[in-house]
Structures are given as C-alpha cells and as structure tokens.
Design a protein around this ligand. Sequence first.
Ligand SMILES: *[C@@H]1O[C@H](CO)[C@@H](O)[C@H](O)[C@H]1NC(C)=O
Ligand SMILES: *[C@@H]1O[C@H](CO)[C@@H](O)[C@H](O)[C@H]1NC(C)=O
Ligand SMILES: *[C@@H]1O[C@H](CO)[C@@H](O)[C@H](O)[C@H]1NC(C)=O
Ligand SMILES: *[C@@H]1O[C@H](CO)[C@@H](O)[C@H](O)[C@H]1NC(C)=O
Length: 583
Amino acid sequence: MGFAGCFQCGFVFLFSALDAAFAQIIYSVQEEVNKGTIVGNLAKDLNINVHDFEYRMFEIVPGSNKKYFDLNLKTGVLFVREKIDREELCLSNPKCSLNIEAIAKNPHNLYRVEIKILDINDNAPHFPVKSFSVNITENASPGERFLLPVAEDSDYGGNSLKEYKLSQNEHFTIETQNGEQSVFAELVLNKALDREKQATVKLVLTGVDGGKPPKSGTVNIIINVMDINDNNPVFSQALYKIKLKENVASGTKVISVFASDLDEGINGEIVYSFVGHGKKQDLFTILPTTGEIIVNGNVDYEENPAIELRVQARDKGNSPKSTHSKILIEVLDENDNAPEIIMISLLNSVKEDTKSGTAVALVTVADKDGGKNCIVHCALKGSYPFKLEPSYKNHYSLVVDGPLDRESVSQYNITITATDEGTPALSNSSIIIVHISDINDNAPYFATPVINAYISENGQAGGLVTKVTADDSDTGENAELSYSLLESSISIIPITSLININSLTGEIFSLQSFNHEEIKRFQFQVIATDSGVPPLSSNVTVNVFILDDNDNSPFFRSESVSAHRYCLSVSHLFTEPHWFDSS
Ligand SMILES: *[C@@H]1O[C@H](CO)[C@@H](O)[C@H](O)[C@H]1NC(C)=O
Ligand SMILES: *[C@@H]1O[C@H](CO)[C@@H](O)[C@H](O)[C@H]1NC(C)=O
Ligand SMILES: *[C@@H]1O[C@H](CO)[C@@H](O)[C@H](O)[C@H]1NC(C)=O
Ligand SMILES: *[C@@H]1O[C@H](CO)[C@@H](O)[C@H](O)[C@H]1NC(C)=O
C-alpha cells in the first residue's frame, strides 16, 4: 500500500469539499505504546506552518477518538493520549484502524486522519480450560488419535498461535494441524498403555505463538487410562497344604484361599469355586466371595486319607479371566475303628489225638486306622490247649498246644481278642469254635465185673435169663457195641448149647430147661466189642443160678455136703474151680 509511503514523505491527498472530501492522512502506530508517543507531525504533513497551526486553533473533534489522541498546537504533532489495545478495539479483526477528525477554526476546515493500529505480541496463547482429561482404554493401539483443546491468541498474523508442544513423555506425541480458523493439535498414542503400571498420565500442552519473542500458554492434559480386563487373578499359593483331623464337625473352617487381580472394579472382583464336582468336593464348601473353605460332611481318614481339591478364582469382568490352584488336605487319623478279626478254620473238627503244633485255624487281624492306631496285638482270652503263633505281620495260626480229650471237652469256644495301640486303645473279640472229634480210645465197660442171674428150674427153653449192658465213652461207631459169648476151649459142653445172646441188645436166653436138682449154677463170660478201628472190647462174668421149685420130697442134707455135691455136679462144665450157692 502506498499510504505508508505517503506518511513517510508527508504526502497529503486532497479531495473536493462537495464530496465531503477531506484531506486524508494515514498514520500507523503500534498498540500499547506509551502516552505521549508521537504518531505523526500533522502540521508538517498538512504543509502548514507551525505558527499558523497554532493560530488556526486545530483540535480533534470530540467523539472522534479524542480519547486516544491529542494535538500539540505548538509543534503540530499528533500524539497518543492513552494506551491503545488493538485487541480491545478490534477483537480479532486483522485490520484495525482509528479515524480522527481534526478541525481548524480559522479558516474553518476539517481534516480526516486514519490511524492504523499495528499489532504487537502482547497476548499469549491461552486455553479455554485449565486442565483437560481424556479417557483412553489401556488396550488402545499405537497410532490412535485424540482431540486436544485449541489455544487462542488474540494477536494477529505472525503474533498469533503458531504451534503446540507436548511435555516430554513416553507414550504420546502431538501433531499440529492448520485449520481454516485455527491451529489445532491431535494427541497421538505412540506406545501402548498399561493401566496396571500407570493409571494416569499427566502431560502439559503448550501453545506457542509466532511473536518475537514468542509467547505461550499451557493446559494440563490428564489422561485417565481406563481398565481392560487384561490380568488373570493370581492365587497367593500355587498349592495349599493343610492337615485336618478326621471326624471334625461340619462347619469347621479348613483354610482360606486368596487370589488377587491387578485389574480395577469388576475386572478385579473375584469369585471362588471348586473345579469339578465329586464326592470329595462335596465334603467341603467354598464361600464364593471370601475363598473360605469349610467342612460340609464326614471327613473319614479310612475313606480318604488324602484329599486334593482344585479351586478356581474368576473375575467378574465382561470376558472373565480365571486361574486355578490346588489344596492338598492330609487327613489325620483318629482311632475310630476297632480291629477286625478274620478267621479261617483249617479243619472241620480236630481229632483228639492231634499232636501239639498242628494248625487248626488261620487268624488275620486288620485295622482301618493309620499309624499306631492300626498296630494290632492279638491274644487268646482264657486258657486252652491251643495257642496263637504269629506267622507274618497281622497273621497268626491257631495251633494245638496240649493234649485233647473229646471225652472230657468235646468243643472249645476260643475267644480271640485284638487290641490296637491307639489312645485310647480299641479292641474287638471273636469266638472260634473248635470241635474235637472222637477216636476209639475207650474200651467198652461193664458196670460190675460180675453179674448174677437167677432163673427158676423147669423154665421153658427160650426164656430170658438176663440182660448184660456195657457202655462206651466214645461216640459213634467207637461206641457201637456188640455182645458175644466167650467160648471156653476147656469146657466139656459148649456154652452155646445152654444159652444164646442177642448181640445187639445183650439179652441172654436159655436154650433148655434146667433142673435145680441136676444143675444149681453155671458161669460164662460175655464180651462187649465196639465197632472202632481197631475195635476194643471187655468182658463180664455172668453167674446163672437155677432156683429150686418144690418138686421133690424133702430130704436132709448138710450145707457142706450139698455144696460139695453141687460143686461136683457142675464141675463137668468148667475146668476152673467154681463156687456155688445152693440157696
Ligand atoms: C472418563 O471416565 C470417567 C469414569 O468412567 C467418567 O466419569 C468421565 O465422564 C469420563 N470422561 C470423559 C471425558 O469421557
Ligand atoms: C469286630 O470285628 C468284626 C469282624 O471282624 C467286625 O464285623 C466288627 O465290626 C468289629 N467290631 C467293632 C466294634 O468294630
Ligand atoms: C460254646 O458256644 C455254643 C454256641 O456257640 C454254646 O451253645 C456253648 O454253651 C458254648 N460253650 C461254652 C463252654 O461256653
Ligand atoms: C476178661 O477180662 C479180664 C479183665 O479185664 C482179662 O484179664 C481177661 O483176659 C479177659 N478174658 C478174655 C478171654 O478176654
């Protein structure tokens, strides 16, 4: 523009008065200069002598920016009367000028002066807010962009906002862009975020203008790193080992497991549970929020001496993450089981002649408990001709340990006791019945060594003479007896011609009628034999007396004579001397 040149050379434009034309003078002055700063020499530029200028009483028309400017009549100089703020006058209008009208009274004349207000860098860029937050999820990808607030600078042109700077940091950079109205910046993520490492990133954004020297303004940028469920819960231990007594009451606390999760909010809230459902898990309950495990059934060492539980910790995130841990429960034994006794008989019955040392039965003891509670001692209660002989651990043989005699004891009820080493000790007992079987060790026997029988003379043949009976202490065949007459090799007439015997019953019958006058008495032996192998036998002597009927006339005789006579009369039957009785 040529105006600046005019001003410099004091050139004046003159226009016709009709056209409301005035001599137009254009000056320029920087804003914010001090009061008194000379804008231009109006007298000189109007080509008016300084004396005339005073004489003509120049003045600025009130209302035409008289506030800002004034004239020195003595020098003809137009000067600044009050500080001018370009931005206040013109806001952001890049062209800012003030018009003044100078009036001369003598002769009357009006001059128009335009004063361009030149910008100085008197304004720093500034942001509409002091701080600005941005929410960015921690899984945002590098390269993602985020809007930043725009800085404003009231200055014009080269003094206006030129660029942005971001404080030094590891994650972000900015890119400045020139829009139509303004210069703005975008925040660019360069390196991935991790909320668990840094939950907030504090940055300072600086807007810098193009002044010389440049001015700047700042805003705090607060980046809230928003959580993503990107962390698994972690158990405080990969394996929890505990000991628990068996038979503890339901509701007893066993242990508390604990898992932590670095995430925030529901992403870090944990729910505990057992993995899988089995008998063993059902013995316990896990509280979902606290991880406390309590007994919920009968913990039995004998069923489960060791229990392994698997637990899960799971967060409540939208795509939940979970982790596992193990709990090993060693169940401690209580002496809650009595020993058991198992017996196996080797023989249905034991013969009474069985030798000492012969095994009769096998005895096994067992105890479901553990440790000392299952160390079992086994013994016989009472005294028997038997003893327990240990074979190997918890196994015994019941062996014969003394003479047996069925005829005195035919059955032993043997009590076996088993006692463990628990405190207090538990015991159990069992009875084994040992039957003693017979051998033929007893001969038959007659109650008396001699049996006397009395029969009438003249009896019928076939009459019962007497009955002999023997006993036998054995049983069965060993006690089955048969009777027979013992033939004497030296008798004159066979006894079997006089009597016979029922071998089963022992009844003896006559085979003829006897006459007292001929035979007063005779004697023989009966032998009883059992059916044992080999058989045993014994004998008895039977005397048969023939009683007198009154079938003859009385006659006289002395005792000694008749005794003699009878002795003679029967002597033909027996070789041995026999006594007789005539009564
Ligand atoms: C950022 O997140 C917080 C919490 O979720 C929310 O209160 C706030 O309004 C969010 N701010 C912006 C700018 O989205
Ligand atoms: C004793 O032993 C028997 C058999 O061995 C068994 O059945 C029983 O339960 C035991 N008694 C006790 C009290 O345990
Ligand atoms: C042995 O036990 C049986 C039954 O088992 C019983 O009848 C008998 O009386 C018992 N004997 C003794 C001596 O206890
Ligand atoms: C009869 O028994 C006696 C005594 O027991 C015995 O001495 C005798 O030998 C027996 N006689 C015969 C023939 O067996």
